[in-house]
Design a protein around this ligand. Structure first.
Ligand code: OAD
Length: 259
């Protein structure tokens, strides 16, 4: 496994300028793990989690809507916010960043894609081995029993209710203060520990436990690559900080490594 380059070799890479040492590493890697955040969906028109919201939702803070307490206080408001986000995600199409990752999966023998995104765009781009750490906005569950429920098209009452017990339905996503699904988080840490290359793409690295995954990979000696137009707490530790939009950098990386 190639070591991470030292700080003196660190490159802030324009989208089209991929370091040769990274290309060499990528071509020989057997186990690659990727973590994505909402930045990769920004170019599909899905706003990042902490970006200013638009329209009707501009005056709400997402941090105050994505919580069990908010749902308890005002289930209608929270359901409607997610309905808006679901609509945005439904209208959005995967972009060149999502597509490059689907292609990368076909090139690397052992590939795992961990995502904090709930928009389902990685699956729609053709990625197969995807671990959804924060759930999926397209699914609904009973807020009491936790079972998956298909909301009826004609549900006029918001939020709709569970046909089994009558409790409100909620989106099948992880809210602040809730535990991540146990199987998924275990798979994620295994994938971070076992890979030789780890990519952190489009995430601010502010939300635990996902934010620890890149550091776990670093501790185990993996080459860590960040793709983000901005600095994050990971940037100065990463072997490579590829600065730019995922939709530019990732296709550039694929061209450099495999064309
Ligand atoms: P954030 O909104 O915190 O961060 C988005 C990151 O994407 C930032 O670092 C941006 O600089 C970067 N970014 C923006 N545009 C980009 C682009 N075109 N290409 C690459 N990067 C870009 O979103 P997350 O890190 O995903 O969880 O937030 C993590 C979790 O926080 C979310 O999953 C959500 C929230 O808690 C839940 O809802 C449970």
């Amino acid at each position: 496994m190639a070591p991470n380059p030292g700080p003196e070799d660190k490159v802030d890479t324009p989208a089209t300028d991929i370091p040769e040492s990274l290309v060499t590493t990528l071509r020989s890697t057997q186990k690659l793990t990727v973590l994505t955040g909402s930045g990769i969906s920004a170019e599909s028109g899905v706003p990042t989690f902490r970006d200013a919201q638009t329209g009707l939702w501009a005056r709400y803070d997402p941090m105050e809507l994505a919580t069990p307490e908010a749902f308890e206080r005002d289930p209608r408001l929270v359901w409607e916010w997610y309905a808006w986000r679901r609509k945005l995600a439904g209208k959005a199409a995967p972009n060149r960043g999502h597509e490059a990752l689907a292609e990368l999966e076909r090139r690397v023998p052992d590939f795992v894609l961990l995502t904090q995104n709930v928009d389902g765009l990685h699956h729609r781009a053709g990625s197969q081995n995807v671990v959804e750490l924060h759930g999926n906005i397209t699914r609904s569950i009973c807020s009491v029993e936790g079972v998956l429920v298909e909301p009826r098209e004609d549900d006029a009452i918001v939020p709709p209710s569970c046909p089994g017990c009558g409790a409100f339905l909620r989106p099948d996503v992880v809210w602040f203060g809730e535990a991540l699904p146990a199987g998924e988080i275990e798979d994620a840490f295994d994938a971070a520990r076992e890979c030789d290359v780890f990519f952190s793409i489009g995430t601010s690295g502010l939300v635990q436990p996902a934010a620890s995954l890149a550091f776990e990979a670093l501790r185990r000696g993996a080459v860590v690559v960040e793709v983000n137009p901005n600095d994050t707490p990971l940037t100065r530790h990463a072997g490579y900080a590829l600065r730019g939009k995922a939709g530019d950098v990732l296709p550039g990386l694929m061209r450099a490594a495999y064309d």
